[in-house]
Design a protein around this ligand. Sequence first.
Ligand SMILES: [Zn+2]
Length: 476
Amino acid sequence: MEFELIVGLEIHAQLLTSTKAFCRCPNRYGDPPNSLTCPTCLGMPGALPVLNDRVVRQAAKLAIALNATIHPRSKFDRKNYFYPDLPKGYQISQYDEPFSTGGWLEIEGSWGTKRIRITRAHIEEDAGKSMHLSDGWTVVDMNRCGVPLVEIVTEPDFRSPEEAGTFVASIRELLRHIDVCDGNMERGSLRCDVNISVRRAGEAQLNERSEIKNLNSIRAVERAIHVEQNRQIDIYDSGGSIRRETLLWDEASETLHVMRRKEGSDDYRYFPEPDLVELMVSSAYLEEVRSTIPTLPRERRKRFRDELKLHEEAVSFLASERAQGDYFEQVLACGIEARAAASWIQGEIRRILADRNWIINDLPVRPNSLAELIHTVESGAVSRQSAKEVLRKMIESGRSANEIIVAENLKQESDDSELRKAIADILSKHEVELERYRSGKRNLFGFFMGEAMKSTGGKANPKILNKLLQEMLDAK
Ligand SMILES: [Zn+2]
């Protein structure tokens, strides 16, 4: 019997803000445990939350980028539950009147382009973090209490583990692109819960689902869905039924463990947060936020592909990180042709970044300086080979391409008479080979080209050298 997989995702993204959602504690990762806390985020009696306006701005940016409907009025609710990392005994979240509903994000893959519907995106606060130590103790760090989150909930639109994994990668790319979340899954800035059910092919109703909590890599999302899909199919095949439960993924053994039988939303006893007023956003405010959103990754990819006719490999490299795409666009703005610019950035620059473990913003060569270098190659003033050397010297010395080319005498020999002299010299030194070439051994051309290039110290313009050599070899 064939089964169909049905998956929906809930993604928690920590918002990039300087302070927490409802207090003035810094929103920062990596400080000593429990050093970034105050009475408000520790839930002391009488401490009152105040909403950080930066949180609203970040949530609005995301909702606009997801084509969602942002509600002029939304409210905050308390989600009550007991857990050691939750000193207040509740989390401030949004329940029945969320910040935004609807929207979509398109994912590309072997299935073509697929539009994934977003159910809602709401604002909430993070809980603290329990750490289970090797000596058996569990300790709690409250630094994360009150860190702002957006929870993005999708419709159950995924039909394969790969689609879900691609969505997580795409939303991560989007969040980073618009500077809303750093997308660091290892640190937990971006976490993913997965709802999974299966049904027999042709069935219309949705079966009971299970939920896998807190997956922290794209690979884990795909693997965990795969494993859970097979577990559910085995249960149905042997006549059993699925219970609603929450599972935990064990990365090392690639197995799932039951964490708890799932509670319904009734169990959280949601009620309106009495300490916060309703959140109202005006259309003028949203227009202002909209104007700060850069060209989105998907639109940029489309432009690189369709308008600039770049190869797929260049498109995926240049559009994968906003700073890389921005750098490329700035080189173009200096008058460099798109393919030439793309080939340099995706080739030489990419190698340099990888060698030095840099991101593009670490590169001391700014777009206008790279443009100057590419121009010297395109105009035939230096060979591509010497230009690569020049680029490395630019990085080490901070000097411009032209300064280095002049100082090191790297200008390419394009003067016909000089090159003819060099070729004539080579031909007279290799009479035997010349005879063989002229009697039909055409593959000796490469040999002559190599010798001629060597005699000019590698500085000959290869196009001109090639043309002159051909002429002189063929002239009897
Ligand atoms: Zn605080």
